[in-house]
Design a binder for this molecule. Structure first.
Ligand code: NAD
Length: 247
């Protein structure tokens, strides 16, 4: 579904991001996975190449909210693979503390990666995509971007902002042939979810109509569809992939 396409996936070293990277590689794309550190990016690339030596995959680790570092990374992708057709803004962090004890520095850290980096990477990618005549920008939002959550307010606030960027950039960039969409996952089986206190998670999981939490591949399938030409008339959408969870 992505034969000949070139994709960048931020937070591609594990969890949902790594599942997206794999799905894109299996579907013929060349992929640059972006991590926070050289060692984790190298480890992911080595594992993928061991799985299939034909995979065209590289790892990079720019500071995602630093425009100069992001530009340099995207230029590297373009010169290595020839274009940049798909950007997935997936890297994200959370904190679940109650408001009374929430650390301002945690709020700032979450906004920096979950929002500023989405802006910075989208701007750098859109400049390249416009010149190429089009592209696709996809964001990892969250089901809490629709409902909020009862603790850890910085994270849902950041994901509401991701939806705002998704819908606004879809309007702004449509004429340049750039589609912008988001996927809003529910509770997904990754390291991030493992860190959420059980008492916060249990009542949410108990109410999932499909009777299970999601797997990273459930989310990667939605990204594959939105990245592909099958979604050629879809832009500005926030697609829930959450088993109909409601908090
Ligand atoms: P994870 O913790 O398993 O992976 C996070 C990824 O982000 C890793 O690849 C990590 O290297 C990267 N990352 C973290 N800090 C970074 C930084 N400063 N710079 C660059 N990369 C950085 O988490 P996950 O569950 O796979 O989450 C991926 C995305 O999905 C996030 O945006 C998260 O908010 C969202 N999400 C997750 C769930 C869930 O239930 N797991 C639900 C809804 C949304």
């Amino acid at each position: 579904m992505l034969q000949g396409k070139v994709a960048v996936v931020t937070g591609g070293t594990r969890g949902i991001g790594l599942a997206i990277v794999k799905k894109f590689l299996e579907n013929g794309a060349s992929v640059a996975l972006l991590g926070s550190r050289k060692d984790s990016a190298d480890k992911a690339v080595t594992a993928l190449r061991a799985e299939n030596p034909d995979y065209k995959v590289i790892g990079l680790w720019p500071n995602l909210s630093n425009a100069a570092e992001v530009k340099e990374a995207f230029d590297t992708v373009k010169s290595k693979f020839g274009s940049l057709d798909i950007l997935v803004n997936n890297a994200g962090i959370a904190a679940s503390d109650p408001l009374y004890t929430y650390k301002p520095e945690d709020f700032a850290r979450i906004m920096d990666l979950n929002v500023t980096a989405v802006f910075t990477c989208s701007q750098a990618a859109a400049r390249i995509m416009k010149e190429q005549g089009g592209g696709v920008i996809l964001n990892t939002s969250s089901m809490v971007s629709l409902y909020g959550q009862s603790s850890g307010a910085g994270y849902p606030a950041s994901k509401f902002a991701v939806n705002g960027l998704t819908k606004s950039l879809a309007r702004e960039l449509g004429r340049d042939g750039i589609r912008v969409n988001a996927v809003a996952p529910g509770v997904i089986n990754t390291d991030m979810m493992a860190a959420v206190p059980a008492d916060l998670l249990k009542p949410i999981v108990a109410k999932i109509p499909l009777g299970r939490i999601g797997e990273p591949e459930d989310i990667a399938n939605a990204f594959l569809f939105l990245a592909s030409d099958m979604a050629s008339y879809i832009t500005g959408a926030v697609l829930s992939v959450d088993g109909a969870s409601m908090t």
